[in-house]
Design a protein around this ligand. Structure first.
Ligand SMILES: Nc1ncnc2c1ncn2[C@@H]1O[C@H](COP(=O)(O)OP(=O)(O)OP(=O)(O)O)[C@@H](O)[C@H]1O
Length: 578
């Protein structure tokens, strides 16, 4: 939590005034038992009603002043904690955005969501409670002991013993609960993961009639969380009764020994009432401390999880923010891979010693079986991951020399999973360039073979797009994503298996339109369909992370067995040998 204190630097005033107000309230509370003892010893004992009334009014004034300072403290605590939460959330969000795909893969989306929501809430609550109670409660405990000493030094020993025992109970509960709270957060992550998979994959689950086993999965994770939460509740449940027992025994001792002292004429009756009152205040303060301890334990576990994200360094680092000069002459390839190898997280190589060059303005097809490394290869061009060996160049410069903006601005990617954002079709088309005219959007939609269905929608470009584009079919989504990518007029267009949900006629029409529309663009088409890339200027054939063939369709049919096999498994011999 200490590491997160930087997010409180704009709330210094609140963090100082808040606890001071609470201290003031605590001082007033400590005065009340003395006033009470005075009323009993001087007012009640002497039958002086006027004195009782006057001192009663003093007590009301003390209570009113205490209430006012508590309200001021509450206000400052809310202001500081809400501000703190907002800043942490923003910092987390922007840091997550700076992380590379490797770190995002490792941390996992559900865990990141729990950290941004639940963990930030816990830390926020901890800040509010710290401002409100951290100084007040110990002050009341120590203040009550000191006040007890002013009444009777001997009787104050009971207070010290009680406070030490309660302190030990708190320490025991705290050390036992910290690891369990971290465990609870991890289990919450797991529930997040299972729920996310269930909600986003509910169509697949229904199609495979897997509702029962998925329900069991959810039940298991929630029961697991419940069991751990019960463990922590058992510990917390111990706290209040244990504190009450110690305090009640202490009160009995005060009354017992106090009675003996009153009998001996060493103390007055009012003193015993004041001592009991101080003991009760200690009890209440300790209960607050106990709850504060639990909250702090939770807050520390959450703060550690937030820090883990904030301290994660992106593995792909930007070396410059400047625009660098590039080589765009005819002879410099648009993209060049030189002896590139790559592995995820230091495991086995997923790509091995790959070299090829792509001419500017050409169309390149990348084909290969599932898991052969096609998507991995194209992810290296916009530097979503860094190569483990060799180099990737764009316009004659290593991709590592570019700023992310300069590199990624010229690359349009249509990923395998077609993702659209909530809003309208127009909003989605303007994602990259907000100044795009409707005319440009319509041209892009026409070329992506999407205009036909968009124009039939009652609201046209203003048609609503649900989260993820769920209100469109897979093929429609793919075409809208292609339109969004080409509307931005990138210099390199990468289509990662983006035609998979299209029928063959639409696939052919789309390729034809793209070849006319994108003649200045370098187009890379990743596919498993031979017919989609047969006419490409260059075809790269991947097999188990190795580049086993590169050339035109005709060249590969002659030289590359893998390519020939793929083509013949999909098309007839006459279709292949066109
Ligand atoms: N984020 C990742 N973390 C770890 N391993 C990964 C990751 N993404 C892919 N892989 C592994 O890398 C290998 C190549 O995967 P890749 O997605 O590049 O294949 P692909 O040829 O695009 O497959 P497909 O045609 O099925 O999409 C696979 O063995 C896969 O398990």
């Amino acid at each position: 939590m200490i590491k997160l204190r930087r997010f409180l630097k704009d709330y210094k005033k609140e963090c100082i005034i808040g606890p001071l107000c609470k201290l003031f309230e605590a001082i007033l509370e400590l005065i009340v038992p003395l006033v009470m003892a005075d009323i009993i010893d001087n007012g009640v004992t002497n039958g002086d009603k006027g004195y009782v009334l006057r001192m009663g009014l003093v007590m009301v004034a003390l209570a009113a002043a205490g209430l006012l300072s508590a309200l001021v403290c509450q206000y400052f605590a809310s202001k500081a904690s809400q501000g703190f939460g907002t800043k942490v959330r923003r910092a987390l969000f922007s840091h997550i955005n700076s992380l590379s795909h490797a770190e995002l893969d490792k941390l996992g989306t559900p865990s990141l969501i729990t950290r941004i929501t639940n963990d930030v809430n816990q830390s926020q609550q901890m800040v509010a409670m710290t401002i409100r109670l951290l100084t007040r409660a110990p002050f009341i405990v120590i203040g009550s002991i000191i006040m007890a000493m002013t009444i009777s030094v001997r009787m104050s020993i009971i207070f010290i013993i009680a406070a030490v025992i309660i302190g030990l109970i708190l320490y025991f509960v705290m050390t036992k609960s910290i690891p369990i709270f971290s465990l609870i957060q991890k289990k919450l992550d797991k529930i997040g993961l299972v729920s996310r998979e269930n909600l986003s994959g509910n169509r697949v689950i229904r199609a495979f009639s897997k509702q029962k086993s998925e329900k069991e999965r959810i039940d298991n994770s929630t029961e697991d969380l419940a069991a751990t939460s019960i463990r922590i509740s058992r510990l917390s449940a111990l706290l209040n009764p244990a504190t009450y027992v110690v305090t009640d025994v202490a009160i009995i001792a005060i009354i017992w020994f106090g009675g003996i002292n009153v009998d001996a004429g060493n103390m007055q009756t009012g003193d015993i009432i004041a001592l009991v009152s101080y003991m009760t205040q200690i009890l209440l303060a300790m209960i607050v401390v106990a709850n504060l301890v639990l909250l702090m334990t939770k807050g520390s576990a959450s703060a550690a999880r937030i820090n883990e994200v904030l301290e994660t360094e992106p593995s792909v680092k930007e070396t410059t923010k400047e625009i660098i000069s590039v080589n765009t002459d005819e002879n410099t390839p648009k993209i060049a891979f030189d002896n590139v190898s790559f592995s995820y997280g230091g495991g086995d190589d997923e790509l091995s010693k790959i070299s090829f060059e792509i001419k500017r303005g050409s169309t390149v097809g990348i084909i290969g079986g599932t898991g052969s490394g096609k998507s991995t290869l194209i992810n290296l061009i916009p530097r979503f991951y860094d190569v483990t060996q060799g180099s990737v160049e764009v316009d004659g410069r290593n991709v590592k020399d570019y700023s992310f903006k300069q590199l990624r601005k010229q690359i349009g990617i249509v990923p395998q999973q077609s993702i659209l954002f909530k809003g309208t079709i127009r909003d989605n088309m303007k994602w990259e360039n907000p100044d795009l005219s409707d005319e440009d959007i319509i041209t892009a939609l026409k070329n992506a073979q999407a205009y036909e269905f968009v124009s039939k929608l009652p609201m046209g470009l203003d048609s609503h797009v649900e989260q993820g584009g769920k209100n469109f079919s897979g093929g429609q989504r793919q075409r809208l994503c292609i339109a969004r990518a080409i509307a931005a007029q990138p210099k390199v267009l990468i289509l990662d298996d983006s035609f998979s949900a299209l029928d063959f006629a639409t696939d052919a029409a789309l390729r034809k339109a793209l070849s006319q529309y994108t003649h200045e663009m370098t187009v890379i088409i990743v596919t498993q369909r031979c017919s989609t890339i047969m006419n490409s200027d260059l075809i790269l054939v991947l097999d188990d992370g190795m580049l086993v063939g590169k050339g035109t369709h005709k060249e590969l049919l002659k030289d590359c067995e893998t390519y020939k096999e793929i083509c013949l498994s999909q098309l007839s011999k006459s279709e292949v040998e066109v």
